[in-house]
Ligand binder design. Sequence first.
Ligand code: HEC
Length: 223
Amino acid sequence: MANENVSVWTSIPFWRRSAAWVTGFATILLIWLTFDTLGQISMGTDADLKNGVKKRVPAPTVINYHIDYKMDAKRGHEVPVIGEKQLFFGKEWSEKEAAELLHLGKLTSQAKNCMNCHTLLGNGAYYAPDLTKAWLDPAWQKGGPLQAMTGKNTVEEAMAEFLQHPSQYPTHARMMPDLGITAEEAKGLVAFLKHMSSIDTNGFPRNFSKTVEQFKTGGTNAH
Ligand code: HEC
C-alpha cells in the first residue's frame, strides 16, 4: 500500500500539529516571562527598605540611605548594597518628597536629553561616561578628584554643582556643555542618579568595577 512508505517528515498533518504545539508553548512561555519580568522590575516600597526586603528597583526613599557596591562571589559581579541611613542634601526625605524629587530628575533627564551623550540603564550613547552607576564612582566620594574640584563636602552637593556649571569643571578633554540646569533640577537629577545606582542591574555596566580599580590604584575614574 502506498501510504506505508510516506515519511513522517513529509506528512502535512505532522507539521500542522507541530506548529500548533510550538506556538502554544511559546505563547505560554512569553506570558510567564512577562509576569516574571514585571515582578522583577516593579518598584519596592518604603516598608521594604525599612524591613530589609531586597528589591531590584528600590523605592524612591532609597535616597535616604548609603549605597555601596560590593562583589557578590556567587553571582560573579558587584551588586548595590543598601546600608545605613544617610542625609541627602542635609535632610531625610519623606516618601512623597522623595517620589516628587525623583520624578523631577527623570523629567529633567528627558528634557535635557542626557542620553544623547550618556548611557542610562543600557540606553543611550557612549560619547560621555555611562551614568548608570555614576553615583558610586569613587571620584565623587570624599577625597575623590571630582568632589574636590567642586569644593563641596558631599557627593550630592558636588554632583549638583557640577551639573549646574559643567563647563567650569573641565575634568577631561571632552567637556560637558552647560545645559541651563537650575539648582532644583540638579537636585532632582542627583536623586535620579542615586536611585539608578541602587538598581540591581546584574553587574552592568560591566566595565564599571574595572575603572574603579584603576581609580584605587591612582588613576581617575570618570572616563
Ligand atoms: C552634549 C553631551 C552631553 C549631554 C547632553 C550631557 N552630558 Fe554629562 N557629560 C558629558 C561629557 C563629555 C562628560 C565628561 C566631562 C568631563 O570629563 O569633563 C560628562 C560628564 C557627566 C558626569 C560626570 C561623569 C561621572 O563619571 O560621574 C555626570 C554626572 C553627568 N555628565 C551627568 C549628566 C546629566 C544628568 C545630563 C542630563 C541632564 C548630562 N550629563 C547631559 C556630555 C554630556
